[in-house]
Design a protein around this ligand. Structure first.
Ligand SMILES: Cc1ncc(COP(=O)(O)O)c(C=O)c1O
Length: 380
């Protein structure tokens, strides 16, 4: 099946009981048993399984070319379930510009349970290999990362990890299975903040995990049921509905991104533009080998933070908000918003300038977005 067809026909989204074309919202916590332990359709209690959630979980497993899919109440719940595969004393290698929430969960929560970690530059494969310790059990990467869009070679990184019997986990939130399939490149687990492109409408917070094999899947399923961070049936329905138009949305976003990057590259008031479409972007070739599209996020710098605030004031179509990946275009200043908790000198060392602006491009008409941003940049 081709990609847009799979978005519609993947998984088991027709209702087995009634034939309803869309799996209904099974708003139930429990299920009648015909005799003790005799379940009609295999459902017993909705923490363990719910048909609306199952429809979503089978769909995401198909989309990511994995064996088992699991839906959680947020991206962070999904990430936490994956970290819970580890034992006390185990060590994780993770890209240094990982999403701040993942950084916080590791440094403030999982550290108390004896999990250790090193945040490293994963764009360089030798650096990954030389950072591996005896206790290293997991390599966790986001590619491209946020907001610097740094690219890690998934295949090369997974090969190194395999050699050392380490699990490779890829946070595929930015590219989605429509543009990048980490399991095909050797990763063991792929996960998402489905709050972003998969949901796509800024109306649901959710997370998804897919495993490359059944045995890992069973372990995640056990953690999901035991610790209980599941996605409810209403949100499972919304997410399945959002996924159907993922391809159409991403293709429009990619068309828009191309033109916005061109505008930014040529505008006198822009100091620097960061996007894999730029010829000088680090590991650009790797990105286009492992993904069939490019990120809907663009970061760029204006002279300073005051100018960045002015750009925001003058745009009319870019909504000032955190998050990303939805139908409407969003704008933010990482140094004052998502990355404000990181000390300025560390931020600067990582390459996050005070005057950096991050755009999440939506599906509006290209010419409207370009005109709006051009107008805002002309006024600073
Ligand atoms: C790359 C990435 N991973 C994980 C998360 C966490 O997801 P959630 O906000 O759904 O918990 C986010 C949220 O912004 C993210 O950008």
């Amino acid at each position: 099946m081709n990609k847009k067809t799979l978005l519609i026909h993947g998984g088991k989204t027709t209702d087995a009981y009634t034939g309803a074309v869309t799996t209904p919202i099974y708003q139930t916590s429990t299920y009648e048993q015909d005799a003790i332990g005799e379940l009609r359709q295999g459902y017993e209690y909705s923490r363990t399984a719910n048909p609306t959630r199952t429809a979503l979980e089978t769909l995401i497993a198909d989309l990511e070319h994995g064996t088992n899919g699991y839906a959680f109440g947020s991206g962070m719940a999904a990430i936490s379930a994956v970290i819970m595969l580890l034992d006390k004393g185990d060590h994780i290698l993770i890209n240094s510009d990982v999403y701040g929430g993942t950084y916080r969960a590791l440094t403030k929560v999982f550290t108390r349970f004896g999990i250790t970690f090193d945040f490293i530059n994963t764009t360089n494969i030798e650096n990954i290999e030389s950072s591996i310790k005896e206790e290293t059990k997991m390599l966790f990467v986001e590619t491209p990362s946020n907001p610097l869009l740094q690219v890690t070679d998934i295949k090369a990184a997974s090969n190194v990890a395999k050699k050392h019997h380490i699990l490779t986990v890829v946070d595929n939130t930015f590219m989605t299975p429509y543009y990048q399939n980490p399991l095909d490149l050797g990763a063991d687990i792929v996960l998402h903040s489905a709050t972003k492109y998969l949901g796509g409408h800024s109306d649901v917070v959710s997370g998804l995990v897919v495993t490359a094999n059944e045995s890992l899947g069973e372990r995640i399923g056990f953690i999901q049921n035991s610790t209980g961070g599941i996605l409810g049936p209403q949100d499972s329905y919304l997410l399945t509905r959002g996924i159907k138009t993922l391809g159409l949305r991403l293709e429009q976003i990619n068309r828009n991104v191309k033109e916005v990057v061109e505008l930014l590259k040529n505008h006198d008031n822009v100091v620097k533009t960061i996007h894999p479409l730029n010829e000088d972007h680090v590991n650009r070739d790797v990105h286009f080998e492992q993904a069939s599209g490019y990120p809907g996020i663009i970061s760029f710098e204006v002279a300073d933070v005051e100018k960045a605030k002015e750009v925001i004031k003058h745009t009319k179509l870019f909504t000032l908000a955190e998050s990303l990946g939805a139908v409407e275009s969003l704008i933010s200043v990482p140094s004052l918003m998502t990355h404000a908790s990181i000390p300025a000198e560390i931020r600067h060392k990582e390459g996050i300038a005070d005057g950096m602006i991050r755009l999440s491009i939506g599906i509006e008409d290209t010419e409207d977005l370009v005109a709006d941003l051009n107008n805002a940049l002309n006024q600073i």
